[in-house]
Each structure stands twice: as structure tokens, then as C-alpha cells.
Design a protein around this ligand. Structure first.
Ligand code: AHR
Length: 666
């Protein structure tokens, strides 16, 4: 860490000098910015800045869900996808795939093994992991499986193998129970080396028959050390954002290609072997980025999402299918006279989250280990749905939910685009229904974000609020494969976000999307956080999101230049909030010009101000700059301070910079 700062020292010095001395270096007259500290115009909701999670880009399976075995239950379209079977000599029928569909619809397949005097090399099953397995030296791993062994005689050997084909961890798994029933057993062992692309080999010794299912390998260093839990490094990046809400599980996976592939939360809770696998629509959605091995095992299901939200202090925001499949795909609709189960799913989810432990669904939550309620207060009905068919279905949900749970705020869809005829008609219809929140999405080029910094200045102040539910600046083209998380994208989002913050009375929630991407398995770019099997880093956009979120304050303050909001004059964008708890005035400012901006910031309506303020600064002269695995903080905040005299700050915003200034007031 110290080394990193040492390397960056010359760069930090340049910034420091430009912050402290810039008024000497540039003879330009300072522009006077006024902050009206005693004239807050709106509250900032605790939910203002949140995160959007979807299982896209291997975000869940192969991502935050730390399972290392791919296709553990042999339920992928091809039962042995992800597995290699090696046999010497080849014996017909030594490994077969059985399907017990009638007795187990959720997890019908398993492998039947038939051996005669097997030794090392006779029969080996090798799992490739999710684009390899990330194995860490000296880390403990839990290998488990479900098996049915009628009589003793078979031992299983587990080996972790690195890319060089060396063994970097071994375990001997001796089944302890012989029975015609299924048993679950696990063994813990330690790896001897690190590898980003390991595989897991399982070989059999002995004679007899054995059925196996749910073959699993988890590291023990999961988030909160929960067995079968989540990747701690990825979750830590979320926790560090202190998000106001966690939206889950998407995104388009809520809708599904057709209704049979929609996300159904009830199939994602309870014992993991009973959670029915579903194809992930990002498996085939983009022909140019196919991922035939992308499925949802739901080891990470709704209980775990609620628990995650609670862990990171975020309000849970589930989005449910509204009886419509993706309108870009099959566009299937459930007939209105068959919509009841969909509505019931929504009502039952509220009971699952909040119900007393004596209620049907509250008891299921309690039995899963969480008797206390999850405090659900909002829910999305539909993702990117549109048209009269959406409004017709939404009204049914709205009536049923508001009747039973009037305190639940409903998030409603504005479709895929933030303008146009479809948007306008939805906007009109939703406002006529007194929708609580309209969810607007914008994946646009950086310019759009700059041009829309004032988008919400004239939105109605009363009634329906806005959830900016998915947005990201796409550097090349909307949903293009060459889009980068570069500094220009992050700066233009920051500029736009000052507009959201100025209008926090109207826009009460916002989230960048998508959240995670695996470097070897992504479908969509840009994304907030990139990972490989061992590493994770926040993009430039991540640090912008984080700075807004951890400095959200609770009152919006007017900040003006020549009595006008600051939204693009000389490429400067700004917003201000007050944190009445810490008694800090917090300014956020973006300079999208290559030239420094010399400012005199005056705090009006305040008695006393401390003589020193603190600054978080992000700056880079190269708008194409990006963070990488090798340089994860190439563009990231640095902490500085600045002097304050007579409630005035002489501040120079460096070219191409985003900064958060904090001033303690009395
Ligand atoms: O964030 C990626 C996708 O973009 C989401 O699944 C969908 O809601 C939007 O179209």
C-alpha cells in the first residue's frame, strides 16, 4: 500500500500544487459560487444512491456466488457440460446420467458410477470451474457431495490441479454412510499454491456402485465466513459503497425469454438441492457474446439477496415479473384471467420478507435462519416493460398490493428508453395511476449525460418520484462491445449525477448498471466492477458512485453561479448537500474542461466555518484512462485538504476532475 502511494507521489504533488497554488499559476479571475447553507430545498433520502444487481456477465454463478464447481447437479442442457470424464480403460456404462424426473422435478439428474477394482486413473471426473477456478495458497476449501452408496467399497480422491497440471491440494473423501438414501458429506482441505485457472479432479478407488449429485467446492473465506456463501472481495466493494438500496435480481432476467424462463423467487429459496436450475437469458441473448454454459443454480436466491442487503446496510428492492416475458424476445403475456399466481407471488414475497414467524412465508424465512423481518418497504413490478398490456397488468398488482400492504412503495417501468412515444405514454399513464416511483433507464453516450444534467430541473415536485434504475455512459455506442469504463464516461456520469442530487426531492433513488462483469465471461460492457477468478477492481465509474454515496448528506442546498444552477457553464457541474448529523456542507463538482477552473466558493447563511476543509479528488488528463487489474486505482480518489478564510474558499478545480469538498460548519 505504502509502495503504491510512493509510486504515485509525484502525481499527487502535481495535484496538490495545482489545488493549493493554482490561483498563482493562472491569472484568470475567480468565478464566485454561492452555497446557501441555511436554505435547504429538499431532503436527500437514505436510499438515494444504491446498487443494481443482476446475474449478467457471470455476476452470480461464477461471480459473487463462491461455488467453484460448474454444473454441480448435472442439470445444464448438456448434463456433463463443464465436466470431463477420463477413463482408462474405457468401460461402457461406468458413468451414466440418470433422470428421476417423477420423484424430483427440481433436481432430477444425477450420476451413477459403476466400478470394478478402480485405482488412480481408472475413472476421473474433472470440473473446469467457471472459466477455471481461482484457488488461493493456504486457503481452506470445503468439498461436498450428495451420494447414495448401497455398500462400502468406494473412496473418492479430490485433487486441485493448476494450469501447469500440478496438484495443488488433495483430499480423501471416504463415504461414511452406506444406504439406499441420499447422504450429504463434506471434507475440508488446504491448497498448497495459488492458481487463477485451476480445475478440480475427482477420482474413484474401489469397486461397487455409487450415485452422486450436488458436487460442490467452496472456499472458506466467504463473505462473513458463511459456508456456501459469497466472494468476500466482491461483496466488500459493494459494502464500501455504503449503498442505500440493493436492487435484485435484475434486469432482464426477471422477465425471461418466455414466461417459463421468468425469475420465480419461490424456486430460489429453501435447501439448495431443491432450487430448480434455470437457463440464464444472457446464455444466448447476444449472438456475438454467447455463453452456452450460463445457467442460474439459485444457490444465491432471494433469502441470500435479502441477507446481503441487510449485511451492507442497504434497503432491499426486489423486482418481480409482472406477467410479461421480455418484449424483445418472445413478448409472451399471461392472460389476465391467469395473472393471480403472479400477483400472489408478490404478496407472498412481502410476507416472506416482513411476515411474523407464525405466518406461512414468515415461518419459511425463520426456518432459513432469519426470524427477524427484512423490513421490505418497496418492490418493482416488471423490469423494462411497456405498452397498454403493461399498464393493464400493473393496475392489478397495484390494487392487490396497496390493499393488503399500503406501506409498500411500488416501482413501475418507464420501458427501455428515457424519451420517445413509448416513454411519453408510459409516463402519462403511470402518473395518472399515482405511481410511487417511475424507473427510468439510460444507456447513452457521454454527451447525453452532459446534455441531460438539467433533465429533472422541471419535473413535477409533487406526486410520483423517479428511480434512475439503470444508467451508464457508453463510450462507443449503446450496448457496443468496445465500450470502456473510461474517465470520460465516469466524469459525464458524475456531471449528470450532480443533476440528480440537485433534484433529490424528485429523484429519490439511482443506480449504475450493470454491477459486475467477469473479464472472461462478460456479455455487456461497461460495468461497475470487473473481476477475474482471484481479483476484483472498481472502475473509474465505481469511484464516482462511491463518492456520491458515502457523501450523500440529507438536505439539498442551492449552489449557484450568477444565480443559476451550475450545470455546464464552462464545463462545470455542481451540487451541494448538508449533512445535518455531521454538520458538514458537502460540495460535488465536475470540471469537464481540460483547463483548471478558478473559483471562489462562498458559504452564505452560516455562522462559523472551520478553517480547513477536506477534499476527495479524482483527476486525470487522459479522458481514455481506465482502471485495470494491474492498476486498479489508476483513476481513484485521493484525500487532500484546503484552507477556508472568512467562510470563503479559494479553490481551483483541476482540468478533467471530479471532487467532493467537505466543510465543517457551526
Ligand atoms: O443492465 C443490463 C440490462 O439492461 C438489464 O438487464 C436490462 O434491464 C437493461 O436493458
Amino acid at each position: 500500500m505504502i509502495e503504491m502511494y510512493r509510486k504515485r507521489l509525484p502525481y499527487l504533488l502535481v495535484i496538490l500544487i495545482s489545488v493549493q497554488m493554482s490561483s498563482i499559476a493562472f491569472a484568470q479571475a475567480p468565478k464566485t459560487v454561492h452555497v446557501l447553507v441555511n436554505k435547504p430545498v429538499a431532503d436527500v433520502q437514505p436510499t438515494m444512491w444504491g446498487v443494481f444487481f443482476e446475474d449478467i456477465n457471470f455476476g452470480a454463478d461464477g461471480g459473487i456466488y463462491a461455488e467453484l464447481i460448474k454444473n454441480r447437479s448435472f442439470e445444464f442442457f448438456k448434463p456433463l457440460m463443464g465436466w470431463k470424464v477420463e477413463q482408462k480403460p474405457f468401460v461402457e456404462g461406468a458413468v451414466t446420467v440418470l433422470n428421476r424426473q417423477i420423484e424430483n422435478t427440481a433436481n432430477p439428474r444425477y450420476l451413477a458410477i459403476n466400478l470394478h477394482n478402480a485405482t488412480k486413473g481408472t475413472l476421473t471426473l474433472i470440473n473446469e470451474g467457471f472459466r477455471g477456478m481461482g484457488i488461493k495458497k493456504d486457503m481452506q476449501y470445503d468439498f461436498s457431495l450428495q451420494y447414495r452408496l448401497p455398500s462400502k467399497g468406494i473412496t473418492i480422491h479430490v485433487e486441485l490441479i493448476n494450469a501447469e497440471k500440478e496438484t495443488i491440494g488433495t483430499a480423501v473423501f471416504t463415504p461414511t454412510t452406506t444406504s439406499n438414501e441420499w447422504n450429504k458429506q463434506s471434507i475440508r482441505f488446504t491448497s498448497t499454491a495459488t492458481s487463477a485457472k485451476a480445475t478440480c479432479a475427482i477420482w474413484f478407488e474401489g469397486s461397487g456402485t455409487m450415485d452422486i449429485d450436488m458436487v460442490s467446492l467452496f472456499p472458506t473465506d466467504t463473505w462473513k465466513n458463511r459456508p456456501g456463501g459469497m466472494r468476500a472481495d466482491m461483496i466488500q466493494l459493494l459494502a464500501d459503497m455504503k449503498p442505500g438500496f440493493l436492487r435484485f435480481p435484475g434486469g432482464c432476467i426477471v422477465e425471461g425469454f418466455d414466461l417459463s424462463q421468468r425469475y420465480q423467487w419461490k424456486k430460489t429459496i429453501g435447501p439448495i438441492e431443491n432450487r430448480q436450475l434455470l437457463i440464464n437469458r444472457w446464455n444466448f441473448e447476444f449472438a456475438h457474446r454467447p455463453a452456452p454454459d450460463y445457467f442460474q443454480t439459485f444457490g444465491l436466491g432471494f433469502f441470500e439477496y435479502f441477507q446481503l442487503a441487510e449485511d451492507i446496510g442497504a434497503a432491499p428492492l426486489p423486482i418481480l415479473n409482472c406477467g410479461m416475458a421480455c418484449q424483445f424476445n418472445s413478448a409472451e403475456l399471461v392472460p389476465i384471467n391467469q395473472i393471480d399466481p403472479y400477483v400472489q407471488d408478490a404478496l407472498d414475497l412481502i410476507e416472506f420478507a416482513n411476515g411474523d414467524i407464525t405466518s406461512t412465508w414468515g415461518k419459511i424465512r425463520a426456518d432459513m435462519g432469519h426470524p427477524a423481518p427484512f423490513n421490505l418497504t418497496m418492490m418493482g413490478i416488471g423490469n423494462e416493460n411497456w405498452g397498454p398490456q403493461y399498464i393493464e397488468r400493473l393496475k392489478i398488482f397495484q390494487k392487490a398490493i396497496k390493499e393488503k400492504y399500503p406501506y409498500i412503495k411500488l416501482i413501475t417501468s418507464a420501458g427501455t428508453d428515457p424519451e420517445g412515444a413509448r416513454f411519453d405514454s408510459l409516463n402519462t399513464a403511470l402518473r395518472a395511476m399515482n405511481a410511487d416511483f417511475i424507473d427510468e433507464h439510460y444507456y447513452r453516450k457521454p454527451d447525453w449525460f452532459l446534455q441531460n444534467a438539467r433533465r429533472y430541473d422541471n419535473y413535477p415536485r409533487n406526486g410520483t418520484k423517479i428511480f434512475a434504475g439503470e444508467y451508464a455512459a457508453h463510450s462507443v455506442k449503446t450496448v457496443g462491445v468496445d465500450n470502456k469504463n473510461n474517465w470520460l464516461s465516469a466524469l459525464s456520469e458524475a456531471a449528470f449525477m450532480t443533476g440528480l442530487e440537485r433534484n433529490a426531492g424528485v429523484v429519490q433513488m439511482a443506480s449504475y448498471a450493470p454491477l459486475f462483469a467477469h473479464a472472461d465471461a462478460w456479455q455487456w460492457t461497461p460495468d461497475l466492477i470487473w473481476v477475474d477468478n482471484l481479483r476484483a477492481y472498481g472502475t473509474t465509474d465505481y469511484y464516482v458512485q462511491q463518492l456520491f454515496s458515502v457523501n450523500k448528506g440529507n438536505r439539498v442546498l442551492p449552489i449557484t453561479l450568477n444565480n443559476e444552477v451550475i450545470a455546464g457553464q464552462d464545463s462545470v457541474y455542481a451540487s451541494a448537500v448538508m449533512d445535518t448529523v455531521t454538520k458538514e456542507v458537502i460540495l460535488k463538482m465536475v470540471n469537464l474542461s481540460s483547463n483548471p477552473q478558478i473559483l471562489s466558493i462562498e458559504l452564505d447563511g452560516v455562522k462559523k466555518v472551520l478553517a480547513k476543509g477536506s477534499l476527495q479528488l479524482m483527476q486525470n488528463n487522459n479522458l481514455n484512462a481506465i482502471n485495470t487489474f494491474e492498476q486498479p486505482r489508476f483513476v481513484a480518489p485521493i484525500s487532500l485538504d484546503f484552507p477556508i478564510q472568512n467562510k470563503k474558499i479559494a479553490y481551483t478545480a483541476p482540468g478533467y476532475s471530479f471532487q467532493v469538498l467537505k466543510i465543517q460548519v457551526k
